[in-house]
Design a protein around this ligand. Structure first.
Ligand code: AMP
Length: 225
């Protein structure tokens, strides 16, 4: 059996993880797992998980690990992850990274690479102010950098585009703080394991995509040798 392509996208909020994940999903037929999207769907449906998660999300903090780990363990057990997956927004701290490593080890799977999409804080604040997502599926746009064909309408499913509650300026600064304190340590975690690949997230989305595809081609080649 060919080995699975199991990717993790690491980077601050607004680095372009969702945009790249959508493209990679189409390129490689991988299961796309965004914990932020899963949580937002739960909030919308007012599930027990959604109700428990909402206050943490609105404040820009992290949802407690036990809730996240139960959700991701179930998702990673689904059939569509057979050929591989892209994780966007998970793991988000060291405890989650260790739990993921443990789960995959038990199942005889492993991470192929952790892709760090690097973008400085000042740029993040600018990007998030213009970010819009569709109400149906959370497809990502930016009013200047990646506008939809028709103002405030999703190109992919025709639904309305809105600003996420946690993209409001006062919440963004807290999300950045949480990123630096809790998520940035994952960079050395994956570097120590030889899994980290750095991508310059200041480039245009198409160029970032090309760079990531080239990295993946190299990984697949190394794997087949
Ligand atoms: P995102 O769409 O990835 O920016 O996630 C939006 C919000 O969902 C975050 O600010 C957190 O409150 C919550 N969230 C998403 N993924 C995780 C995770 N792995 N651990 C804890 N909280 C998360």
């Amino acid at each position: 059996m060919a080995r699975q392509l199991n990717l993790i996208l690491v980077g601050p909020p607004g680095a372009g993880k969702g945009t790249q994940a959508e493209r990679l999903q189409a390129d490689f037929g991988l299961a796309y797992i965004s914990t932020g999207e899963m949580l937002r769907a739960n909030v919308k449906a007012q599930t027990e998980l959604g109700i428990a998660a909402k206050a943490h999300m609105d404040a820009g903090g992290l949802v407690p690990d036990e809730l996240i780990l139960a959700m991701t363990a179930a998702r990673l057990a689904e059939d569509d992850t057979r050929d591989g997956f892209i994780l966007d927004g998970f793991p988000r701290n060291l405890a989650q990274a260790q739990a993921l490593e443990h789960q995959l080890q038990e199942e005889g799977r492993r991470i192929t690479a952790a892709l760090l999409i690097d973008v400085p804080d000042a740029e993040i604040v600018k990007r998030i102010a213009g970010r819009r997502v569709c109400i149906k599926k959370g497809h990502n746009y930016h009013v200047h950098y990646d506008p939809p064909k028709q103002v405030d309408v999703c190109d992919q499913d025709g639904s309305r585009l809105i600003q996420r509650d946690d993209d409001r300026p006062e919440v963004v600064l807290n999300r950045l703080l949480v990123y630096h304190e809790q998520t940035a340590p994952l960079v050395s975690f994956y570097d120590e394991r030889g899994l980290l690949r750095r991508v310059d997230g200041m480039r245009a989305p198409g160029e970032v995509h090309d760079h990531i595809r080239a990295l993946i081609a190299t990984l697949l080649l190394e794997d087949s040798l």
